[in-house]
Design a protein around this ligand. Structure first.
Ligand code: COA
Length: 334
Protein backbone atom coordinates (compact mmCIF):
# COMPACT_ATOMS: atom_id res chain seq x y z
CA UNK A 1 0.00 0.00 0.00
CA UNK A 2 1.46 3.37 -0.97
CA UNK A 3 1.93 6.03 1.70
CA UNK A 4 -0.50 8.94 1.89
CA UNK A 5 1.69 12.03 1.69
CA UNK A 6 0.88 15.12 3.75
CA UNK A 7 0.91 18.51 2.04
CA UNK A 8 0.64 22.09 3.24
CA UNK A 9 -2.51 23.42 1.57
CA UNK A 10 -2.77 26.85 3.20
CA UNK A 11 -0.83 29.33 5.30
CA UNK A 12 -2.00 32.11 7.62
CA UNK A 13 -0.53 34.49 10.15
CA UNK A 14 -1.13 37.06 12.84
CA UNK A 15 1.24 39.83 13.86
CA UNK A 16 0.39 42.26 16.68
CA UNK A 17 -0.07 45.88 15.56
CA UNK A 18 2.49 47.38 17.92
CA UNK A 19 5.99 47.55 16.42
CA UNK A 20 9.13 48.25 18.44
CA UNK A 21 12.12 49.38 16.38
CA UNK A 22 15.72 49.19 17.51
CA UNK A 23 15.54 52.97 17.99
CA UNK A 24 12.64 52.42 20.43
CA UNK A 25 14.82 49.98 22.39
CA UNK A 26 17.56 52.61 22.62
CA UNK A 27 15.19 54.44 24.97
CA UNK A 28 14.77 51.39 27.24
CA UNK A 29 18.22 49.75 27.42
CA UNK A 30 21.81 50.69 26.75
CA UNK A 31 22.01 49.59 23.11
CA UNK A 32 22.15 50.96 19.58
CA UNK A 33 20.46 50.21 16.28
CA UNK A 34 23.93 49.67 14.82
CA UNK A 35 24.91 47.00 17.41
CA UNK A 36 21.64 45.10 17.02
CA UNK A 37 21.71 45.14 13.21
CA UNK A 38 25.38 44.11 13.04
CA UNK A 39 25.15 41.31 15.63
CA UNK A 40 21.70 39.94 14.76
CA UNK A 41 20.21 41.41 11.56
CA UNK A 42 17.12 42.53 13.52
CA UNK A 43 15.61 45.97 12.87
CA UNK A 44 12.16 45.73 14.48
CA UNK A 45 9.79 43.33 16.23
CA UNK A 46 6.05 43.09 16.89
CA UNK A 47 4.84 43.18 20.45
CA UNK A 48 1.51 41.83 21.78
CA UNK A 49 -0.55 44.04 24.08
CA UNK A 50 -0.20 42.74 27.65
CA UNK A 51 -2.99 40.50 28.92
CA UNK A 52 -4.13 39.07 25.58
CA UNK A 53 -2.17 35.80 25.64
CA UNK A 54 -0.97 33.36 23.05
CA UNK A 55 -4.40 32.02 22.06
CA UNK A 56 -5.38 35.51 20.85
CA UNK A 57 -2.63 35.37 18.21
CA UNK A 58 -2.82 31.63 17.49
CA UNK A 59 -6.58 31.70 16.85
CA UNK A 60 -6.24 34.65 14.46
CA UNK A 61 -3.47 32.94 12.49
CA UNK A 62 -5.65 29.80 12.36
CA UNK A 63 -8.69 31.72 11.08
CA UNK A 64 -6.58 33.46 8.43
CA UNK A 65 -5.17 30.09 7.29
CA UNK A 66 -8.61 28.43 6.98
CA UNK A 67 -10.23 31.43 5.30
CA UNK A 68 -7.62 31.48 2.54
CA UNK A 69 -8.47 27.92 1.48
CA UNK A 70 -12.20 28.00 2.27
CA UNK A 71 -12.06 25.24 4.88
CA UNK A 72 -14.58 25.48 7.73
CA UNK A 73 -13.32 25.20 11.32
CA UNK A 74 -15.77 22.32 11.81
CA UNK A 75 -13.83 20.30 9.20
CA UNK A 76 -10.62 20.38 11.26
CA UNK A 77 -9.91 17.12 13.06
CA UNK A 78 -6.63 18.01 14.83
CA UNK A 79 -5.07 21.20 16.20
CA UNK A 80 -1.40 21.17 17.22
CA UNK A 81 0.07 24.33 18.72
CA UNK A 82 3.87 24.51 18.86
CA UNK A 83 4.64 27.01 21.62
CA UNK A 84 6.84 27.88 24.57
CA UNK A 85 4.47 30.56 25.86
CA UNK A 86 1.02 28.98 26.40
CA UNK A 87 -1.70 31.15 27.94
CA UNK A 88 -1.32 28.98 31.06
CA UNK A 89 0.05 25.55 32.07
CA UNK A 90 -3.35 24.00 31.46
CA UNK A 91 -5.69 23.82 29.67
CA UNK A 92 -3.60 23.72 26.52
CA UNK A 93 -3.54 26.61 24.04
CA UNK A 94 -4.95 24.13 21.49
CA UNK A 95 -8.14 23.88 23.63
CA UNK A 96 -8.45 27.68 23.77
CA UNK A 97 -7.93 27.97 20.01
CA UNK A 98 -10.47 25.20 19.38
CA UNK A 99 -13.07 27.20 21.30
CA UNK A 100 -12.16 30.56 19.75
CA UNK A 101 -12.35 29.35 16.15
CA UNK A 102 -15.24 26.94 16.86
CA UNK A 103 -13.47 23.85 15.56
CA UNK A 104 -16.22 21.70 17.01
CA UNK A 105 -14.96 18.34 15.79
CA UNK A 106 -11.30 18.70 16.69
CA UNK A 107 -8.96 17.21 19.24
CA UNK A 108 -5.49 18.60 19.80
CA UNK A 109 -2.61 19.48 22.06
CA UNK A 110 0.32 21.82 22.60
CA UNK A 111 3.81 20.73 21.67
CA UNK A 112 6.78 22.12 23.60
CA UNK A 113 10.17 21.87 21.90
CA UNK A 114 11.74 25.32 22.24
CA UNK A 115 12.05 27.08 18.92
CA UNK A 116 11.66 23.70 17.17
CA UNK A 117 8.05 23.47 18.37
CA UNK A 118 6.56 24.32 14.97
CA UNK A 119 8.81 21.92 13.04
CA UNK A 120 8.10 19.11 15.51
CA UNK A 121 4.34 19.90 15.31
CA UNK A 122 4.48 19.95 11.50
CA UNK A 123 6.15 16.55 11.33
CA UNK A 124 3.83 15.10 14.00
CA UNK A 125 0.83 16.30 11.99
CA UNK A 126 2.43 14.82 8.89
CA UNK A 127 2.51 11.39 10.51
CA UNK A 128 -1.16 11.74 11.51
CA UNK A 129 -2.06 12.39 7.86
CA UNK A 130 0.24 9.60 6.64
CA UNK A 131 -1.50 7.16 9.00
CA UNK A 132 -4.73 7.80 7.12
CA UNK A 133 -6.61 8.45 10.38
CA UNK A 134 -6.74 12.25 10.10
CA UNK A 135 -7.48 14.44 7.07
CA UNK A 136 -7.24 18.08 8.17
CA UNK A 137 -4.59 18.97 10.70
CA UNK A 138 -4.10 22.60 11.68
CA UNK A 139 -0.50 23.23 12.76
CA UNK A 140 0.18 26.52 14.53
CA UNK A 141 3.44 28.07 15.72
CA UNK A 142 2.72 30.94 18.08
CA UNK A 143 4.68 32.72 20.78
CA UNK A 144 4.45 35.77 22.99
CA UNK A 145 8.12 36.17 23.81
CA UNK A 146 8.34 39.81 24.86
CA UNK A 147 6.82 39.05 28.28
CA UNK A 148 9.82 36.81 29.08
CA UNK A 149 12.41 39.54 28.58
CA UNK A 150 14.00 41.78 31.17
CA UNK A 151 15.76 45.04 30.32
CA UNK A 152 18.38 43.93 32.85
CA UNK A 153 19.69 41.47 30.21
CA UNK A 154 20.29 43.62 27.15
CA UNK A 155 21.85 40.91 24.99
CA UNK A 156 18.65 38.80 25.17
CA UNK A 157 16.21 41.72 25.29
CA UNK A 158 16.84 42.73 21.69
CA UNK A 159 16.44 39.27 20.13
CA UNK A 160 12.78 38.31 20.40
CA UNK A 161 9.37 39.34 19.08
CA UNK A 162 5.76 38.12 19.14
CA UNK A 163 3.90 36.48 16.26
CA UNK A 164 1.95 33.47 15.03
CA UNK A 165 1.73 31.46 11.85
CA UNK A 166 -0.45 28.52 10.87
CA UNK A 167 -0.53 25.91 8.12
CA UNK A 168 -3.15 23.39 7.10
CA UNK A 169 -2.00 19.82 6.42
CA UNK A 170 -4.10 17.58 4.17
CA UNK A 171 -3.48 14.40 2.17
CA UNK A 172 -1.58 15.41 -0.97
CA UNK A 173 -3.51 15.11 -4.22
CA UNK A 174 -0.25 14.56 -6.13
CA UNK A 175 1.84 11.77 -4.54
CA UNK A 176 5.07 13.44 -5.71
CA UNK A 177 4.32 16.64 -3.78
CA UNK A 178 4.15 17.33 -0.04
CA UNK A 179 6.33 16.48 2.93
CA UNK A 180 8.86 13.91 1.80
CA UNK A 181 11.42 13.53 4.57
CA UNK A 182 12.23 14.82 8.02
CA UNK A 183 14.52 14.36 10.97
CA UNK A 184 14.09 15.55 14.56
CA UNK A 185 16.56 15.52 17.43
CA UNK A 186 16.82 16.57 21.08
CA UNK A 187 19.80 16.76 23.45
CA UNK A 188 19.33 17.79 27.09
CA UNK A 189 22.90 19.09 27.14
CA UNK A 190 21.26 22.42 26.25
CA UNK A 191 19.38 22.87 29.53
CA UNK A 192 21.75 25.31 31.26
CA UNK A 193 22.34 27.44 28.17
CA UNK A 194 18.81 28.47 27.23
CA UNK A 195 15.95 28.34 29.70
CA UNK A 196 13.25 29.98 31.77
CA UNK A 197 14.27 28.55 35.12
CA UNK A 198 11.36 29.54 37.35
CA UNK A 199 7.64 28.84 37.33
CA UNK A 200 7.73 25.08 36.72
CA UNK A 201 7.54 22.22 39.22
CA UNK A 202 11.24 22.41 40.16
CA UNK A 203 11.30 26.15 40.87
CA UNK A 204 7.67 27.22 41.40
CA UNK A 205 7.01 30.95 41.59
CA UNK A 206 8.06 32.49 44.92
CA UNK A 207 9.16 35.97 45.91
CA UNK A 208 12.73 34.69 45.59
CA UNK A 209 12.30 33.41 42.00
CA UNK A 210 10.76 36.74 41.03
CA UNK A 211 13.57 38.67 42.72
CA UNK A 212 16.18 36.53 40.93
CA UNK A 213 14.64 37.17 37.48
CA UNK A 214 13.99 33.42 37.09
CA UNK A 215 10.81 33.98 35.10
CA UNK A 216 12.69 35.61 32.24
CA UNK A 217 14.66 33.97 29.42
CA UNK A 218 18.21 33.19 30.39
CA UNK A 219 20.67 32.35 27.66
CA UNK A 220 24.37 31.92 27.14
CA UNK A 221 24.32 33.49 23.69
CA UNK A 222 27.74 32.39 22.50
CA UNK A 223 27.19 28.70 23.37
CA UNK A 224 23.70 28.68 21.85
CA UNK A 225 25.09 30.33 18.73
CA UNK A 226 27.69 27.56 18.21
CA UNK A 227 25.22 24.70 18.72
CA UNK A 228 22.63 26.41 16.50
CA UNK A 229 25.01 26.78 13.55
CA UNK A 230 26.33 23.23 13.83
CA UNK A 231 23.05 21.39 14.35
CA UNK A 232 20.92 23.40 11.93
CA UNK A 233 23.53 23.14 9.20
CA UNK A 234 24.14 19.42 9.89
CA UNK A 235 20.45 18.56 9.63
CA UNK A 236 19.91 20.68 6.51
CA UNK A 237 22.90 19.04 4.80
CA UNK A 238 21.64 15.59 5.90
CA UNK A 239 18.26 16.36 4.29
CA UNK A 240 20.06 17.27 1.04
CA UNK A 241 22.28 14.18 1.05
CA UNK A 242 19.51 11.73 1.96
CA UNK A 243 17.33 13.04 -0.84
CA UNK A 244 20.13 13.30 -3.43
CA UNK A 245 19.75 17.06 -3.72
CA UNK A 246 22.47 19.31 -5.10
CA UNK A 247 22.33 22.96 -4.05
CA UNK A 248 21.18 23.79 -7.60
CA UNK A 249 18.12 21.51 -7.11
CA UNK A 250 16.94 23.47 -4.09
CA UNK A 251 14.46 26.32 -4.62
CA UNK A 252 14.14 27.65 -1.08
CA UNK A 253 15.78 27.19 2.31
CA UNK A 254 13.56 28.15 5.26
CA UNK A 255 15.70 28.45 8.39
CA UNK A 256 14.58 29.31 11.92
CA UNK A 257 15.15 33.04 12.34
CA UNK A 258 17.30 33.43 15.47
CA UNK A 259 20.20 35.48 14.16
CA UNK A 260 21.11 36.54 10.61
CA UNK A 261 24.69 35.36 11.21
CA UNK A 262 23.43 31.85 12.09
CA UNK A 263 21.32 31.80 8.90
CA UNK A 264 24.26 32.94 6.75
CA UNK A 265 26.56 30.34 8.32
CA UNK A 266 24.02 27.58 7.55
CA UNK A 267 23.64 28.73 3.94
CA UNK A 268 27.44 28.70 3.60
CA UNK A 269 27.68 25.11 4.94
CA UNK A 270 24.99 24.13 2.40
CA UNK A 271 26.92 25.98 -0.32
CA UNK A 272 23.69 27.78 -1.07
CA UNK A 273 23.33 31.25 -2.56
CA UNK A 274 21.68 33.57 -0.03
CA UNK A 275 19.05 34.51 -2.66
CA UNK A 276 17.58 31.02 -2.08
CA UNK A 277 17.11 31.67 1.64
CA UNK A 278 14.01 33.31 3.09
CA UNK A 279 14.95 35.93 5.66
CA UNK A 280 12.51 38.06 7.65
CA UNK A 281 14.32 38.34 10.99
CA UNK A 282 14.85 42.03 10.18
CA UNK A 283 11.08 42.68 10.49
CA UNK A 284 9.95 40.22 13.17
CA UNK A 285 13.08 39.23 15.21
CA UNK A 286 13.00 35.72 16.71
CA UNK A 287 9.35 34.76 17.19
CA UNK A 288 10.46 31.26 18.36
CA UNK A 289 7.72 28.85 17.18
CA UNK A 290 6.38 31.54 14.86
CA UNK A 291 9.46 31.94 12.66
CA UNK A 292 8.99 29.08 10.19
CA UNK A 293 5.28 29.52 9.43
CA UNK A 294 5.84 33.29 9.16
CA UNK A 295 8.62 32.59 6.64
CA UNK A 296 6.35 30.25 4.66
CA UNK A 297 3.65 32.93 4.70
CA UNK A 298 6.06 35.60 3.43
CA UNK A 299 7.45 33.24 0.76
CA UNK A 300 3.92 32.61 -0.56
CA UNK A 301 3.01 36.29 -0.29
CA UNK A 302 6.13 37.33 -2.21
CA UNK A 303 5.56 34.72 -4.94
CA UNK A 304 8.76 32.87 -4.00
CA UNK A 305 7.07 29.44 -3.83
CA UNK A 306 5.50 27.66 -6.76
CA UNK A 307 4.03 24.20 -7.09
CA UNK A 308 6.73 21.52 -7.22
CA UNK A 309 9.46 23.68 -5.63
CA UNK A 310 11.99 21.82 -3.52
CA UNK A 311 12.20 23.28 -0.02
CA UNK A 312 14.27 22.50 3.06
CA UNK A 313 13.20 23.76 6.47
CA UNK A 314 15.56 23.72 9.47
CA UNK A 315 15.06 24.66 13.10
CA UNK A 316 17.02 24.90 16.32
CA UNK A 317 15.92 25.74 19.85
CA UNK A 318 16.06 25.25 23.59
CA UNK A 319 16.57 21.75 24.87
CA UNK A 320 18.54 21.61 22.67
CA UNK A 321 16.06 20.62 19.97
CA UNK A 322 16.55 20.72 16.23
CA UNK A 323 15.22 19.28 13.02
CA UNK A 324 14.90 19.41 9.27
CA UNK A 325 12.15 18.86 6.72
CA UNK A 326 12.36 18.25 2.99
CA UNK A 327 9.19 18.97 1.04
CA UNK A 328 7.96 19.69 -2.44
CA UNK A 329 5.58 22.61 -2.39
CA UNK A 330 2.01 21.54 -3.21
CA UNK A 331 0.08 24.84 -3.27
CA UNK A 332 -0.76 26.65 -6.50
CA UNK A 333 0.80 30.11 -6.80
CA UNK A 334 -1.66 32.89 -5.95
N1 COA B 1 23.59 46.40 22.83
C1 COA B 1 24.87 46.81 22.85
N2 COA B 1 25.88 46.06 23.32
C2 COA B 1 25.57 44.84 23.76
C3 COA B 1 24.26 44.33 23.76
C4 COA B 1 23.24 45.17 23.28
N3 COA B 1 21.95 44.79 23.22
N4 COA B 1 24.27 43.09 24.26
C5 COA B 1 25.52 42.80 24.57
N5 COA B 1 26.33 43.85 24.27
C6 COA B 1 27.77 43.97 24.43
C7 COA B 1 28.32 43.01 25.48
O1 COA B 1 28.18 43.56 26.78
C8 COA B 1 29.76 42.88 25.04
O2 COA B 1 30.47 44.00 25.47
P1 COA B 1 31.96 43.83 26.09
O3 COA B 1 32.78 43.24 24.96
O4 COA B 1 32.33 45.22 26.45
O5 COA B 1 31.79 42.89 27.23
C9 COA B 1 29.66 42.97 23.51
O6 COA B 1 28.41 43.59 23.23
C10 COA B 1 29.73 41.64 22.84
O7 COA B 1 28.78 40.78 23.45
P2 COA B 1 28.68 39.27 23.08
O8 COA B 1 27.71 38.61 24.01
O9 COA B 1 30.06 38.70 22.97
O10 COA B 1 28.05 39.39 21.61
P3 COA B 1 27.79 38.26 20.57
O11 COA B 1 28.50 38.57 19.32
O12 COA B 1 27.97 36.87 21.15
O13 COA B 1 26.24 38.45 20.29
C11 COA B 1 24.12 37.45 20.73
C12 COA B 1 25.30 38.21 21.32
C13 COA B 1 23.15 37.17 21.85
C14 COA B 1 23.48 38.35 19.69
C15 COA B 1 24.63 36.17 20.05
O14 COA B 1 25.47 35.46 20.94
C16 COA B 1 23.52 35.27 19.61
O15 COA B 1 22.73 35.61 18.74
N6 COA B 1 23.44 34.04 20.15
C17 COA B 1 22.45 33.06 19.76
C18 COA B 1 21.13 33.44 20.34
C19 COA B 1 20.03 32.60 19.79
O16 COA B 1 20.03 32.31 18.64
N7 COA B 1 19.08 32.24 20.65
C20 COA B 1 17.91 31.55 20.31
C21 COA B 1 18.18 30.20 19.79
S1 COA B 1 16.70 29.50 19.24
Amino acid sequence: MSLTRAAITSVGRFLPKRILTNKDLEGIIDTSDEWIVQRTGIRSRHCLEPGLGNSYMASRAAKDCLKRVGVLPSEIDTIIVGTISPDMFFPSTACLVQKMIRANNAWGFDLSAGCSGFLFALTTGTMFIESGRYKKVLVIGSDVNTIYLTPEDRSTYVLFGDGAGAVLLEPSVDPDLGIIDFEKRIDGVGEPYLQVKGGGSRRPATLETVKNNEHFVYQDGKTVFKYAVKNMADVAVAMMERNNLQNSDLDLFVPHQANLRIIEACAKRMDLDISKVIINIDKYANTTCGTIPLCLYDAVDQGRLKKGDRVIIASFGAGFSWGGVYLRWAMNST
